[in-house]
Design a protein around this ligand. Structure first.
Ligand SMILES: [Zn+2]
Ligand SMILES: [Zn+2]
Length: 223
């Protein structure tokens, strides 16, 4: 049986069991597998990992900043803790806030740790997909690691893509380009990043897109 330590749950509460927080969302983990729960077609709530019936309580989920839901949760806790319920609820909420803050800091560090080459060429980020990603006049594109130049297709060479400055062969991925306001391309990019960042990929993408928008706005107001 999954316990608090093994699942990294915040608490084992008397309402639904192993309560945790993921990207600002409070939710339960199943006792069988320590997995999240999901609704099934026949209205039951089942374990996402083993598909076992886990009971309706595990369906509960609410956002960390949703006061109304916390009041509801405290209400349910008061059946067990009486007038101590608000203390218990506040303590759990505090733990959830700390955990979320720690995760955000770790993410920022992860993004910053790959920023070494980034400043010298004016890239926004050094991503694990193709490297030095930047934005020019609203167009997202990569810069080559050899020269910090853009890449272009070539009839010669192995990859069919070369550095525009030195004609060296570079990875075919470097030819990728999309506009800052193209949601579909950002979704595809997020898809590729999720191979590296898992469920954090959307956070990473939003951070990069935000930087690209800021850079573009700065450039247009300077012009
Ligand atoms: Zn299970
Ligand atoms: Zn080059």
């Amino acid at each position: 049986m999954a316990a608090i330590q093994s699942t990294k749950a915040l608490v084992d509460d008397p309402v639904g069991g192993l309560l945790t927080v993921t990207e600002g969302m409070m939710h339960y983990l199943t006792r069988c597998c320590g997995a999240s729960a999901k609704g099934s077609a026949d209205g039951l709530v089942m374990c996402r990992a083993c598909h076992g019936d886990v009971g309706p309580e595990l369906r509960a989920a609410w956002m960390l900043d949703d006061n109304e839901s916390w009041a509801w949760y405290q209400d349910r806790l008061s059946a067990y803790y009486g007038d101590q319920a608000s203390l218990v609820a506040n303590q759990i909420r505090q733990q959830a806030i700390e955990r979320t803050h720690a995760a955000t800091m770790a993410l920022a560090e992860m993004v910053n740790s790959v920023m070494a080459d980034v400043q010298s060429v004016g890239a926004l980020v050094d991503d694990p997909v193709a490297g030095l990603l930047t934005v020019t006049e609203g167009m997202m594109h990569y810069l080559t690691r050899c020269c910090g130049a853009s890449a272009e297709g070539s009839a010669y060479g192995v990859s069919g893509v070369v550095c525009r400055a030195c004609d060296r062969d570079v990875a075919a991925e470097l030819v990728a380009a999309w506009t800052v306001d193209d949601d579909q391309s950002w979704a595809q990019y997020q898809d590729r990043l999720s191979a590296y960042y898992g469920s954090q990929a959307s956070l990473v993408v939003n951070q990069i897109r935000q930087r690209a928008i800021e850079r573009t706005n700065m450039a247009s107001s300077a012009a």
